[in-house]
Design a protein around this ligand. Structure first.
Ligand code: 4AD
Ligand code: MG
Length: 457
């Protein structure tokens, strides 16, 4: 049985003879001794393996090769590491040769995206995906500890939850010459699902069904948006966490979102110290301080109208001129979080025209009980709202926004039969990974990014 390097470095017992497996990161040769840095992905650090320079397999021990080493764990006389492994038995399991594309020099993230099947062998991507893993674990822990029921919402659906027309279509009809109805339109009754179907943009509507029966619930799964945005914050396939709270209003929603983000930040500080220190040093200086401060803070809250007044007072600095009624652009979100507040800020009560049909209308008739959480560097990380629980209001919104009412009958039933106040939000999981790691591009925090023009791997 192999011992993981993380385990060995955390519980070093000098004199033991463990077996370690991993990939060679670098190699240094001197007359009397050869050092191999072996990494197995269990932690950022590599293990220093000391080999006799006359060992017959050494010529195959190049960067990228996989090895199995058994040896004595010894206190290291020099260097940064406390212990090293003095090789007694060394096997090369897989050669890498001179063509291995990842050499010691720093590679650009753009280059590494082209070799996403190998980039996880680098320090940065190992750290990103260990942090991502801990965040996923802690998301479940947070909701499970609070009695939320985990719902697997469907991937294929016939309703556009956001009503924004950004669904990828799912069909088995022939692209050329699909069946047509009398009016000449494509006849979807002949399609696989008997209706026009697509990939879900959100699990919210199904989460509402659960919230209106099982109580507090959450989904955590992939969502898809066919928006043609080539930005550092948009993916065509991303993961979203969507809790839905029963018998709760927009203020409860913000309280939950705040407790949730704080739990995640505290958890990565507790469990990912080494990886975060790496990001702080190599990727985003000041990141650790920022996270530590945030973990002890509470989040600011303001209305959209207040936010707009602040933006208007510095309107000159923006490319997109702010005005009441306009959606917030990324530059506006970042100004509010980074400069005005200097930390996370909830913005609530947006104009109804720029928000989804399901949000609850406020008494002013112009705004809805929406809430977005804006954070430094990333901008909008959470979008949520109190849901419109009044049947007449909701039916009117569906018609006003030109959505096909027949697709939302089941959703309206939740208002016809035992309606009650409820609310929820969606956290963009990759944006959360970006926020805690400081990684600048969302393509570098998901294993295999899907963006316009790209779905390799
Ligand atoms: O604000 P959004 O569109 O809200 C919803 O989908 C609601 N149904 C959520 C709910 O109330 N249950 O998306 C929620 C979050 C955004 O704040 C953002 O963090 C992320 O999802 N997001 C994206 N992340 C990556 N790429 C994209 N194209 C994204 N679109 C939204
Ligand atoms: Mg949003």
């Amino acid at each position: 049985m192999r011992t993981k390097i993380l385990h060995l470095l955390e519980n070093p017992v000098v004199g033991e003879t463990p077996t370690v497996c991993g990939w060679i990161r670098t190699r240094r040769d001197s007359k009397s001794v050869t050092f191999l840095e072996v990494n197995d992905g269990s932690c950022l650090r590599s293990l220093q393996v000391v080999v006799d320079p006359t060992h017959p397999l050494l010529s195959r021990c190049t960067t990228g090769a996989s090895v199995r080493v058994t040896g004595a764990l010894a206190a290291s006389p020099a260097g940064q590491q406390a212990v090293e492994l003095r090789a007694e038995a060394l096997d090369v399991l897989g050669d890498a040769g001179p063509e291995f594309p990842m050499q010691k020099k720093r590679h650009s993230f753009e280059f590494l995206r082209e070799i996403a099947h190998l980039r996880t062998r680098s320090n940065t991507f190992g750290a990103v995906f260990r942090v991502r893993n801990v965040l996923a674990r802690e998301i479940h822990r947070f909701f499970q500890d609070r009695g939320f029921v985990y719902l697997h919402s469907p991937i294929v659906t016939t309703s556009d939850a956001e009503g924004a027309g950004e669904m990828f279509q799912v069909t088995t009809l022939p692209l050329e010459g699909p069946p047509r109805d009398a009016a000449g339109a494509v006849d979807y009754t002949k399609d696989f699902f008997g209706k026009k179907a697509g990939l879900t943009v959100s699990g919210q509507l199904e989460a509402e069904i659960f919230a209106c029966s099982l109580g507090d619930t959450y989904t955590f799964g992939p969502t898809f948006r066919a928006e043609n945005s080539n930005t550092s914050r948009h993916l065509a396939e991303f993961w979203m966490v969507e809790p839905e709270l029963a018998f709760a209003d927009i203020h409860d929603d913000m309280d939950l979102a705040e407790a949730f983000i704080l739990h995640l930040v505290r958890s990565v500080l507790e469990h990912c110290g080494e990886d975060l220190a790496f990001f702080d040093k190599m990727i985003a200086p000041g990141q650790l301080d920022m996270l530590r401060k945030l973990a002890a803070a509470s989040f600011a809250r303001m209305t959209y109208t207040e936010a707009m007044e602040h933006l208007l007072s510095v309107a000159d600095r923006f490319e997109f001129k702010p005005y009441w009624g306009a959606d917030l652009q990324s530059e506006h979100e970042r100004y509010l979080a980074e400069e005005l507040v200097g930390g996370p800020v909830f913005v609530i009560d947006y104009p109804k025209e720029i928000k989804a049909f399901y949000m609850r209308c406020n008494d002013d008739g112009r705004t809805v009980a929406a809430m977005d959480l804006l954070v430094p560097r990333v901008g909008e990380i959470i979008g949520g709202s109190q849901r419109e629980e009044r049947l007449e209001h909701l039916s009117r919104r569906i018609t006003e926004m030109g959505l096909p009412p027949e697709n939302y009958e089941w959703y309206l039933d939740l208002r016809r039969f035992g309606t009650m106040p409820h609310c929820g939000f969606g956290l963009g999981f990759e944006r959360m990974v970006q926020f805690v790691t400081g990684m600048g591009n969302i393509r570098d925090v998901i294993p295999f990014p899907r963006t316009p023009g790209n779905a390799t791997f």
